[in-house]
Design a protein around this ligand. Sequence first.
Ligand code: UDP
Length: 338
Amino acid sequence: MTNDHDKSLILVAGGAGFIGSHLCAELLDRGEQVVCLDNLQTSNLANLHGLEGRAGFEFVRGDIVEALPASILERAHRFKQIYNCACAASPPQYQVDPEHTMLTNVVGTDRLLRLAADAGARFLLTSTSEVYGDPEMHPQREEYRGWVSCTGPRACYDEGKRAAEALTYDFCRTGRAEVRVARIFNTYGPHMHFDDGRVVSNLIVQALSGKPLTLYGDGSQTRSFCYVSDLVRGLVLLMNSDITGMEPVNLGNPHEITVGELAERVAEFIGEDVAIEYHPLPTDDPRRRKPDIGRARELLGWEPRVPLAEGLERTCAWFARAMDVAMPDTVPLEAAAE
Ligand code: UDP
């Protein structure tokens, strides 16, 4: 147990979400005390089943747009670190209520930064590769300022995250908080929402349900997919690093493939003869995306370890178990353990 003067708590806003729940688990494994704050808008309490009841874990329901819950404000001085992972992150989901998406990034981030300033806590913003928009520079380095539409349907998220970065750096520049900014590229793994609309979860769920795989456009657009355990290791390294904090750091897997190739890989894992169904490419869908991770390598000694084949195998196994469908022979049982 801690007493009131301990500065031992870590706040994970968005801790019930896909990345946040893995981050909470990683922090608990490291012996930390974690307060998970989430509004459960697009996240899922089931993601926390393995954590509830573990020593040092606490869940608080609340929306960072509205106000921070009293149970957090009254313990402000006890927080040593604050991770902001709170925001719907899949394009169809963050476009359902674009105003809320924008406010989560601007008002919500501001509230958490003020908490960090009051607490004397270090703050980490999970920003996104979407700040680069539909990039003209390939692969994307942190210096690249991006090509983002401020009028398109993705703007609530892209511009929201850009504003969140600006706020975060203003708190740093004025000496109000120590900050870190991670720009997260496409990430996948267990705890993705079944119907969040992202390509990895869509393709796996479709393949396991015997439905055609949906490809938007001709499937030639590229992404680079990072397994969630690699990403979370990078976030913790970044939070605890001694960098000045004024540089954002790309975290992602530089292995770039087309979305069409990804569909083939998923079909191979599920082991079925699956059909492909083509749909129009969404507005402002980036044509290419691949992180330059030179800065993460140099500053954090970080790089991804889980190859796509292994990560997809684990993810397919997790979805099969969660959907209670027969495990394809192609997926070893032990891969479903997560
Ligand atoms: N996509 C697709 N089929 C789907 C879902 C997405 O072909 O069922 C495409 C989407 O148009 C984009 C890429 O896959 O080009 C990645 O989409 P996702 O929503 O996962 O993430 P994004 O990188 O666009 O934020």
